[in-house]
Ligand binder design. Structure first.
Ligand code: KG4
Ligand code: ZN
Length: 335
C-alpha cells in the first residue's frame, strides 16, 4: 500500500476535531465539534469548560472521522496531534488521546504546531510553491511566517500585543455584539463608511510586527468621548473604520514582505482569513503582483480543524518527525 493515511487531532482551543487526510493533500473526513455555544454566555473561551468538553467529545469525534472515511486503525499510518500552542488543559486532551491510540494500535505519533497546521490547510487546496509567506491571523495569533521549504518556518513578524482576532472580539464586545465578534464586525463594516479617524500601527520602519491594542483603545475612546458629549457613533461606521485600519496594515505588511523575500506564493491562514475586507484587500493588492500567487482557503479550512493538523503532520511524518510516549502539551510553543 503506497498511500499515506494520517489521522489528525486538534484540541488547542474550543473545537474538538479529528480528520483523515490521504497523502497530505486529500481530505477523506473532517469532523469538528464546536463549543462556541457553551462559551458564548461568558463572552469568551473558558479554559476549564473547554477541557471538559474536549474530554466528552474527543472519542466521539475520532470515531466519527474514521467512520466517515470508512477506515479503521489498521489503515492509519500516523496520528498527528496539536502539541501547542494553546490552552494547556485543552491540548492535553488531544495529546493523551493520541498517545493512548498510538500505544494500543502501535501507530507512530507526529506532534504538530498549531500554526504549522493553519499554514498547511493551504496544501489541502493547492500545491505549495516555495519560497512562500503565510499571513496567519486568528484569535490567538497574528504572524508573518516565511517558508523556504517544507517543514521550515521562520517568523518574520508577529503581534506585540493583541492578536487580530482578539482585537476584533474585544471591539465587538464594546459594541455589545455576541462572541466571537469578528464576523459581526465584518458584517457591520460592509454597511458602514470608514470615516472615523483611527490610528494605523506601522511600528518601526521596515518592521513586520503588528500591534492592535492602541487601535482597540482608540475605538473604545471614540465611543466614550461621544457618550460624554451626548452624541452617538454609528456602529457601522466605527466597525468599518476599525476594519479599514486592521486590513490596511495587514495587507501593506504582507505585500512588502512578499516582495522583499521574493516569494512565489502568499498563503492566508487562520480564523480572521474569513474576513471579507481582508480577502478583498489582499486580492486587490496581489492582482498588481502577477508573479506572486495569492492562496485563500475556503472558510472551513481557515477556522480550527484537524484536517490542517493531518496535512502538516503528513509532511512532518515523511520528514521523520516522531513523538514519544513522554510527549506533553506545550501551551507557549514556538514554531
Ligand atoms: O483560527 P480560529 O478559529 O481560532 C484560533 O486559533 O484563534 O480564529 C478565531 C478568530 C476569532 O477571534 C474570530 O472573531 C475571528 O477568528 N473571525 C473573524 C471573522 N471570522 C472569524 N474576524 C474577522 N472577520 C471575520 N469574518
Ligand atoms: Zn487556530
Amino acid at each position: 500500500k503506497n498511500d499515506l493515511f494520517v489521522l489528525g487531532i486538534e484540541t488547542s482551543c474550543d473545537e474538538t476535531a479529528a480528520s483523515i487526510v490521504k497523502n497530505g493533500t486529500e481530505i477523506i473526513s473532517n469532523v469538528v465539534a464546536s463549543q462556541i455555544e457553551s462559551h458564548k454566555r461568558f463572552g469568551g473561551v473558558v479554559p476549564e469548560l473547554a477541557s471538559r468538553h474536549h474530554v466528552e467529545q474527543m472519542t466521539i469525534v475520532i470515531e466519527e472521522a474514521l467512520k466517515q472515511a470508512n477506515v479503521s486503525f489498521k489503515d492509519i499510518d500516523a496520528i498527528a496531534v496539536t502539541e501547542g500552542p494553546g490552552l494547556v488543559g485543552a491540548l492535553l486532551v488531544g495529546v493523551n488521546a493520541a498517545k493512548a491510540l498510538a500505544f494500543s494500535h502501535k501507530i507512530p505519533i507526529v506532534p504538530v504546531h498549531h500554526i504549522a497546521g493553519h499554514i498547511y490547510a493551504n496544501r489541502l487546496i493547492t500545491e505549495l510553491t516555495f519560497p512562500l509567506i503565510s499571513l496567519v491571523v486568528s484569535g490567538g495569533h497574528t504572524e508573518l511566517v516565511y517558508m523556504e521549504k517544507h517543514g521550515s518556518f521562520k517568523v518574520i513578524g508577529e503581534t506585540l500585543d493583541d492578536a487580530a482576532g482578539e482585537a476584533y472580539d474585544k471591539v465587538a464586545r464594546t459594541l455589545q455584539l455576541p462572541y466571537p465578534g469578528g464576523p459581526h464586525i465584518d458584517r457591520l463594516a460592509q454597511e458602514g463608511n470608514p470615516n472615523i479617524d483611527l490610528p494605523r500601527a506601522w511600528l518601526e520602519e521596515g518592521s513586520y510586527d503588528f500591534s492592535f491594542s492602541g487601535l482597540k483603545s482608540a475605538v473604545i475612546n471614540t465611543l466614550h468621548n461621544a457618550e460624554q458629549r451626548g452624541e452617538t457613533v454609528s456602529p457601522e461606521d466605527l466597525a468599518a473604520s476599525f476594519q479599514a485600519s486592521v486590513v490596511e496594515v495587514l495587507t501593506e505588511k504582507t505585500v512588502r514582505a512578499a516582495k522583499e523575500y521574493n516569494v512565489r506564493q502568499v498563503l492566508l491562514a487562520g480564523g480572521v482569513a474569513a474576513n471579507k475586507g481582508l480577502r478583498h484587500s489582499l486580492t486587490a493588492a496581489f492582482e498588481k503582483e502577477p508573479e506572486i500567487e495569492l492562496v485563500i482557503p475556503p472558510l472551513f479550512l481557515c477556522t480550527d480543524n484537524a484536517a490542517m493538523i493531518a496535512a502538516a503532520g503528513s509532511i512532518l511524518f515523511e520528514m521523520g518527525k516522531r513523538g514519544t510516549m513522554e510527549m506533553n502539551a506545550h501551551p507557549g510553543l514556538d514554531i
